[in-house]
Ligand binder design. Sequence first.
Ligand code: NDP
Length: 292
Amino acid sequence: MVAVKIDGKAFAEAVRRDVAAHVERLQSDHSITPGLAVVLVGEDPASEVYVRNKGKQTRECGMASFEHKLEATTSEAQLLDLVTSLNADPDVHGILVQLPLPAHIDSDKVLNAIDPAKDVDGFHVSNVGLLATGQKAMVPCTPLGCLMLLRHHHGKLDGLNAVVLGRSNIVGKPMAQLLLRDNCTVTIAHSRSRDLENIVRSADIVIAAVGRPEIVTGAWIKSGATVIDVGINRVERDGRKRLVGDVHFDTAAEVAAAITPVPGGVGPMTIACLLANTLMACCRALGLPEPS
Ligand code: NDP
């Protein structure tokens, strides 16, 4: 292996420490506790784990965590009522509705009902538009985490060729916007892209967010590239269940200059950025200086 392993776990711990220190100052200087409300509809096992971890890490940072677990049969109107009451609650500074929602609920309608100032996931159409037009936005947590790792590793990203694999609203599109904002030359590839391998080979920075186990191998990677693997895929190998990314780590690490592992790369950054966004939403709501 020649690549440096980018330690997202350690970086996320540092982000959470900074958030906790800021929360402590808010409490001592202003008697304010930032609050995050997380709404889970139904019993998707993976979502339940994510929500539990979010609640735990929120409390560990000294913030208030409000968890709302609703039955899978909850109607769209009932969910919208809950969002309206959270929008009006002064103790709630951030609202996250865990996706995916059951099929009978229109996710876009629910996400767009969240007060954009409390939209710590950055999925409200106002925040999407603000990001796309280079204005101050609430930025989606996973791409924000990727950008933080990249900036930490590279410094300035000016002029680098970045290829984003995947064009979802949650990861691919906001990631591309963030890289563009940092002056990269950005290509977005997806399932209809032709000659994916050669597109990826042109990249100084590869962001893989497709949800296909180890689709990107070392043969696709330009020597010296930085590889950020967003994928989380549950596979069975030799009778054992394990998590792998969208990148084949061992072969990619032979040619890349730096690479994130799965697990322990992007994953921990997502919740750390959610906490940072909640803190920022709280400071903005109260007109206090924002954390840097
Ligand atoms: P989506 O399924 O919403 O999007 C996947 C994207 O990948 C689509 O744009 C799709 O193209 C593209 N794609 C699928 N197959 C191929 C292929 N064979 N070649 C090229 N492009 C392809 O997934 P998400 O964006 O939500 O998530 C992507 C991955 O990231 C998943 O593994 C997910 O678990 C993980 N993830 C990890 C997070 C973390 O915290 N680390 C957070 C969020 C997601 P098209 O649009 O044409 O269909």
